[in-house]
Design a protein. Structure first.
Length: 391
């Protein structure tokens, strides 16, 4: 089998890239280790930047998002229960974000794949990348007991943090930067109305909490937890009690309790590997970088990476120019590092660090108090939150 671009992984990065290339007339095949149900079933991101919204619209896949997604013009911060609003739209000259779950994005991308001729091979075992620094790379995998091979011009490694693509790059080529945080997020989904029409990011003495949503009848809540905590120890009742305490009396009183139907713990990590290209392999999304979820940048970075990679590959095939491919890593990393900084900063400002002392806590509280009264501080938060421009 032969194609122009082999895409490893059918997550947001892989499928957005596949749709972009299909639209431009560049051939691609997506090779995914799991099945559609698994990829679509993962409860993950909830907030889309304008860049990601625009991409879905450009692909002609924005109809359901425009109908069902929730446009947010602001977000809320709580400091020990004291709430204030950041009017993102007013502070940024009209930018907004869209609350539309990653599961919905994936459903739209998968539903459109077959009708548009986007090829996806599911359940591919033992995927391996070969000759990435030669001129004839290829990918092999096993499926239904048979060995398969796909020859290609380029490989897009969109297979997430635990994927095989980054691991194929020689260790002496890659430079990695990492921060592991001493806590995780315990997340809950429940079919109850959200406690607010916008999100609330809460810094509380007992730890961080986030009130988010998927729709006017479905809430998504997170609380900071220890890495050694077990899901079984968090009954719904214990979760709601802790959440309400951390959101403070005003928002806590508006929380509607109900049975959760999803509960999971995610660790927090900042990670970047450079460069995002080696030979004919290009990394995009979580395969190259991870942000802690505070500020909702992960899926959006995957989208901005593949916009740049899609442009570069299209330029190569349609205009015969390699300038985009040669500049891809530096261009993508410039945006990635800014989002890394923002996600790290917002995490540091809002979480309780077990190894830090009273002085650090006072600094957090003072910074939040400063932000409450400073337009300049609010603009800084708002312009990062809605997403920095693609340059
Ligand atoms: P992935 O989604 O990890 O997709 C990679 C794909 O590759 C998977 O389908 C996987 O099965 C496949 N794969 C892996 N290994 C192989 C292999 N060897 N061969 C073939 N296929 C392989 N981001 C936001 O922007 N906003 C948010 O609000 C937000 N909230 C989050 C909340 C939580 C709790 C978590 C965990 C994440 C959140 N994120 C958020 C991050 C976001 O979900 C990720 O950044 C995003 O999924 C990255 O997409 P990706 O396609 O790069 O990687
Ligand atoms: C959600 C996740 C985030 O990390 C965030 O900052 C905002 C919302 C969510 O899952 O809804």
């Amino acid at each position: 089998m032969r194609t122009q671009v082999a895409i490893i992984g059918a997550g947001p990065a892989g499928l957005l890239l596949a749709h972009l290339l299909r639209r431009a007339g560049v051939e691609a095949v997506v090779i995914e280790r799991r099945d559609r149900e698994y990829v679509e079933g993962r409860v993950r991101a909830g907030v889309l930047e304008q860049v990601t919204v625009d991409l879905m619209n450009t692909l002609g896949l924005g109809e359901r998002m425009r109908a069902e997604g929730l446009v947010h013009t602001g977000t809320n911060i709580a400091s020990d229960g004291d709430l204030f609003r950041i009017d993102m739209s007013e502070l940024t000259g009209g930018s907004t974000v869209m609350v539309y779950g990653q599961q919905e994005v994936m459903k739209d991308l998968f539903d459109a794949a077959e009708p548009r001729g986007v090829r996806i091979i599911f359940d591919a075992e033992d995927v391996a990348l070969h000759d990435i620094d030669g001129s004839k790379p290829y990918v092999t995998w096993r499926k239904d007991g048979a060995e398969h091979r796909l020859d290609c011009d380029f490989i897009a490694g969109c297979d997430g943090y635990h994927g095989v693509s980054r691991a194929t790059i020689p260790a002496d080529v890659l430079k990695t930067f990492e921060r592991v945080y001493p806590f995780g997020w315990l997340g809950v989904l429940a079919d109850v109305p959200p406690c607010d029409h916008e999100l609330i990011y809460s810094n509380h003495e007992r730890g961080f909490a986030l009130a988010s949503m998927r729709s006017p009848t479905r809430s998504r809540y997170y609380i900071q937890c220890g890495l050694d905590e077990r899901i079984e120890d968090w009954s719904d009742e214990r979760f709601w009690d802790e959440l309400c305490l951390r959101l403070g009396p005003e928002a806590g009183a508006r929380v509607t309790r109900g049975a959760s139907f999803e509960k999971s713990i995610a660790p927090l990590r900042s990670f970047v590997s450079e460069p995002m290209r080696h030979g004919r392999l290009f990394l995009a999304g979580d395969a190259a970088h991870i942000v802690p979820p505070t500020g909702a940048k992960g899926l959006n970075l995957a989208a901005s990476d593949v916009i740049m990679l899609g442009e570069a590959l299209t330029e190569h095939y349609l205009e015969g120019s390699n300038a985009g491919l040669d500049g891809y890593s530096a261009r993508a990393l410039a945006r990635v590092w800014k989002a890394e900084r923002f996600s790290w900063w917002f995490t540091s400002l809002t979480h309780r660090f077990p190894d830090r002392d009273g002085f650090d806590r006072k600094m957090q509280v003072a910074e939040l108090a400063y932000m409450r009264g400073s337009r300049a501080a609010q603009v800084t938060l708002a312009e990062n939150y809605v997403g920095l421009p693609l340059v």
